[in-house]
Write a protein that binds this ligand. Structure first.
Ligand code: ZN
Length: 181
């Protein structure tokens, strides 16, 4: 049987797959189970917090969010290798107890979950390593956030409730500094 690869819908890891749709696949990295989509890497929901998605669903605006993610966030392309590396790293750190998912998510689409560092550590993205300290908040940064904060990696680390950050955010759109509780 010819083995193909599929992207885990929880952590973004690339895993072996027998190519059969409609059969659950278990991720060997994070242990989650999912049904492969027709074009897994283009899954628009890879970065979206589940509660955020559920809210749009409840309000009947899920399709609008998906359009926004596909064309404004993904800009009509696939997630990058760095995006997928971020998902793998955050899943690893969560499994190791080094970060914990908070009950809030980034205010801007695609509303990625926000994590809190429980200890010092680092994320390995390609050849780069991003250090975080205990108490830091970590979030995946969409292209817009990357542009605004002049990030060359798709990750924002800091204290998003910190005074200094608030002032820095003051020059940006209100949406940037706000968090949906
Ligand atoms: Zn996984």
């Amino acid at each position: 049987m010819e083995m193909r690869r599929v992207t885990c819908q929880s952590c973004g890891a690339s895993i072996e797959w027998d190519g059969r749709f409609g059969r659950a696949v278990t991720c060997s990295y994070c242990g989650s189970t999912f049904l492969p989509a027709a074009s897994p890497i283009q899954d628009a929901w890879l970065m979206t917090d589940r509660v955020a998605r559920a809210r749009y669903e409840y309000e009947g605006t899920l399709e609008k969010l998906e359009q926004d993610v596909r064309f404004e966030v993904m800009r009509g392309e696939d997630w990058s290798e760095l995006d997928l590396a971020y998902l793998r790293e955050i899943a690893r750190l969560e499994a190791e107890g080094k970060v914990r998912k908070l009950a809030s998510f980034w205010a801007i689409s695609p509303h990625p979950p926000i994590y809190r560092a429980m200890t010092e550590g680092s994320l390995q993205l390609g050849a780069r390593s991003m250090v975080f300290h205990k108490g830091d908040e970590i979030v995946w940064a969409c292209p817009m956030t990357r542009d605004r904060f002049e990030l060359d990696l798709p990750v924002l680390i800091g204290d998003f409730q910190d005074e200094r950050t608030q002032r820095l955010c003051g020059v940006m759109s209100n949406a940037m500094q706000a968090r949906m509780a």
